[in-house]
Design a protein around this ligand. Sequence first.
Ligand code: ARG
Length: 588
Amino acid sequence: MQELLELISERVANAFEAAGYDRKLGRVTVSNRPDLCEYQCNGAMAGAKTYHKAPFMIADEIADRLSGDEIFASVESVKPGFLNIRVSGDFLADYANQMAADQERLGLEKERNPRSIIIDYGGPNVAKPLHVGHLRSAIIGEAVKRITRFAGNQVLGDIHLGDWGLQMGLIITELRERKPDLVYFDADYQGAYPEEAPFTISELEEIYPCASGKSKEDEGYHAAAMQATNELQQGRRGYQALLEHILRVSVSDLKKNYEKLSVSFDLWMGESDAQPYIPAMVEKMKRDGFAYLSEGALVVDVAEESDTKEMPPCMILKSDGSALYNTTDLATLVMREERCQPDEIIYVVDKRQELHFTQCFRVARKTKIVPPETGLVFLGFGTMNGRDGKPFKTRDGGVMRLENLLADVNAKMLEKILEGGHMQKEEAGRTAEIVGLAALKYGDLSNQASKDYVFDLDRFTSAEGNTGPYILYTIVRIKSILKRYEEENSLEGLRLLPPASPSEKDLMQLAARFGDNFRTAYEELAPHKLCAYIYELSNAFNRFYHETKILSEEDEEKKASWIALLSLTKRILEKSIDLLGFAAPERM
Ligand code: ARG
């Protein structure tokens, strides 16, 4: 279906065109004065100069032409030249009925030019516990993945594990100190290595910080870790086998954690998968004259004339010949290009890494790793802060592990649910997990991604205000009305009638704008806009609900129409929260 705003704009544009004006002037927006009208068009103001006419004369003309159009209840020309528009109830009900009839997509059109898109998100580092720094990437990336996919694109989410570099050498070194007799350290060993890892995930998580601490204090230890990293990168068999173990143990733990967040990846590739592509990539950069030596390091210039800030050259290899974060990301691009030639790659990463990505993107374009038409998008997000405005920490100032954060949110939610007193412990526990996740995700996603925000447990878990639980309450409330209606009636084949009250019209109007709002969230990669929309929709529902005695209505046709409106509202809300990456419980 054509989106509502587009449809209305088209009618108004036709009128402008028929009157001899540029049809672009017919663009209609949602009114910012809902007390005066529902939609507005300022085209007459904009066109006055070009056509040497007073704006109100143009507006009068257009209002006149539109007066017979059955989709409008009224089109008024008001001085100095605005067009105030209201749509007709018949048109609105008809539009909403068409949406409701589309079981799968609620009338949402699929992308006319679908693209293949890779979303690079998550980015956890192997052998280190997931902490809140990785939370935003997971939450935002998952929403962006679902939204772009629902729009009709072919989308792959790639976790891009941090599984390369010094951290691996550190783990190997520490393991060697603890268990020097392990076969992995015997350089002469030729046989197969054991299937079972020589450590558990908890040991692994303890080994890394221990090794990292030692390496900061002890130069010899640091050198040993560097050496181990180097040998691993040169392909030493025993170390490769250890890397596999570390990866396997880590990945299965990560999967469990991401599952709790309802986050999943299509590809579990890592930095290490890109390593084989480095030598040829570097050779080509040199051969093509892009890479040159500067103070021993291999670099590529990326500064452009229009730069207002300093843009240092991008380092490809350090003076000792070793690869860096840049190298890995560029080689990953080579790999992605070779394997799936994506039309676009979206990186959902902390905005403090923006310079890194600007440099990488420029090198990738300059050296033709990616064709010019491939989109490279950096979706940088801000920091999640504590109530003190500083990066979120545990109460004793440590790094907050994701599991603990989730546990805190769920505990708070459980406490609130039990306070309500109408749910048994077991159901309350399950419900707290569902609602807790919504609280956490909505708390994050309702903020513009690029901005920092404050993690406020009390606010996020509140059932009032712009929160996840409020949205879920709204859905649950609708579900319970529908269920009661269904005890005596069927929910099949109900039709909406033209709205009879302002609050009903508001709700229908907002429901009808699902397509417009989805499109904006999709095109701007802005899940927060979808949040803002469902908040508005929930508010409109709750206003209607408080004004209307739905189930006790005696006019059956009217009641059925309201039920149809509720059912449509519920479906929109449920679809939207699914796109945002969470779900609603049956009861709350
Ligand atoms: N592992 C990195 C980190 O923890 C994030 C990776 C982001 N993605 C990328 N392609 N560089 O900071």
